[in-house]
Design a protein around this ligand. Structure first.
Ligand code: C6P
Length: 414
């Protein structure tokens, strides 16, 4: 085991790993096998250096000053917007709104677009595999408006039952919000098909792409979604920065989210004129360093190549799944035919939190818990799972370490 066919996918993983200083760290005296990328990924030197350089040589507020540094910072910030545009193939840079993360992106849509379109008796359709970030904002909207949340079911493998999703789309449906890749199960949803089904009925769709963008190329024009939300920190960028993509026509029609500086053109006590998009949705001084870091992370991923990342991780996930499934007493939760990045599992007789703690003592970092997806846990009748999640810097050796540590857990609890 452990023979690494990494080179088959034109990925020089040793070289890539050298770009991530934290991966060389030891934990409890053991080399780190970092398999908690769905929670947050590690950052390459290129990102760390871009942030460092910004604070050392370019720091100023943006869109405000006429001085050199302010112009420089503004340019870097807007360059990052263009990088995000190209990364997800949006038509225009003005369709990219910088927010704190995927959570804020979804809240923005629920409380502006949602609030202005959803009324009593209307319905919002989500799925049973959503992260809390794509449940609670819609629930809050339902509480405020008297609308109803309808939930499309998933099967025993953790795949969406597409016919039942379609059956929920009715005259009262005002919004569909679906996760692109499930964080708890790894399921890749047939997003393009779901969007088409909703659009046939004139229903707008938000896709939660937090777990999709780190693993494969996303093309929002091909998906034809109305909104696409994701976080920077799961795609090798810093925390505190995320993206909401929205079609220009929606962004223009939507009321603003927060009021303050930058989102206005003129203010008087009688009347305020709002700025054009995207600035209308970026009130206050934004996370400039984070945005520049996100731009650097995109450059980094594109230099490796999204197709190479996807192929490499697909192979590694297959390897991890087959090795973990072969361990007696290990039950994999989430076996949909299309998956990315994530292996949730339980070990007979062991609580997932104990599993996580024992793996940690072996230097293997996984997440244990409900993964902010409690309805998924309920669906599978478990309180929690242990979850190993991949990035392109993981190797078969990391997986072998996970397997060896899991076997230790088995010995303890057998
Ligand atoms: N999931 C996980 O360990 P934020 O916290 O705003 O960056 O991302 C929220 C979010 C939204 N959608 C999906 C599908 C997600 O996976 C997450 C974050 C992490 O699975 C932290 S709970």
């Amino acid at each position: 085991m452990g023979v690494a066919p990494e080179h088959a996918f034109a990925l020089d993983v040793d070289k890539i790993r050298a770009d991530f200083p934290i991966l060389a760290k030891e934990v409890h005296g053991k080399p780190l096998a970092y398999l908690d990328n769905a929670a947050s990924s590690q950052k390459p030197l290129a990102v760390l250096e871009a942030i460092d350089h910004y604070y050392r040589a370019e720091n100023a507020n943006i869109h405000r000053g006429v001085h050199h540094l302010s112009e420089l910072a503004t340019k870097k910030y807007e360059d990052a917007r263009e990088k995000v545009r190209a990364f997800i193939n949006a038509e225009r840079a003005s369709e990219i709104i910088f927010v704190r993360g995927g959570t804020e992106a979804i809240n923005l849509v629920a409380s502006t677009f949602g609030r202005s379109r959803v009324g009593e008796g209307d319905e919002i359709v989500i799925t049973h595999m959503e992260h809390h970030s794509n449940i609670v904002p819609w629930q809050m909207l339902c509480e405020q408006t008297g609308a109803k949340l309808r939930v499309a079911p998933i099967d025993d493998r953790g795949a969406l039952i597409v016919d039942e999703f379609e059956a929920l789309l009715g005259e009262r449906t005002k919004m569909v919000a679906v996760v692109h890749v499930s964080n708890a199960l790894g399921t890749i949803n047939p997003a393009e098909k779901l969007v088409a089904m909703a659009h046939e009925r004139g229903i707008p769709v938000l896709l939660d792409g937090a777990q999709a963008v780190p693993h494969h190329a996303v093309d929002v024009q091909a998906l034809d979604c109305d909104f696409y939300a994701f976080s920077g920190h799961k795609m090798f960028a810093p925390t505190g920065i995320g993206v909401l993509y929205g079609k220009q026509k929606h962004l223009e029609a939507m009321p603003p989210y927060q009021g303050g500086g930058e989102m206005i053109t003129t203010v008087s006590f009688e009347k305020t004129e709002y700025n054009v998009v995207p600035h209308k949705f970026e009130a206050g001084t934004p996370n400039i360093a984070g945005t520049i870091g996100l731009g650097a992370a995109i450059d980094y991923m594109q230099a490796i190549g999204l197709a190479a990342i996807e192929a490499y991780e697909h192979d590694l996930l297959d390897y991890m799944t087959s090795r973990m499934s072969a361990i007696e007493g290990v039950k994999v939760i989430g076996t949909a035919p299309e998956k990315a990045g994530v292996l949730s599992f339980n070990i007979e007789g062991a609580h997932p939190h104990d599993v996580g703690t024992i793996l940690d003592r072996e230097g293997v970092a996984v997440r244990a818990g409900h993964h902010c997806a409690q309805p998924v846990m309920d669906r599978f009748g478990v309180p929690a799972t242990a979850r190993a999640s991949l990035a392109f810097y993981n190797t078969r050796e990391d997986v072998d370490r996970l397997v060896a540590a899991t076997e230790k857990v088995r010995e303890i609890f057998a």
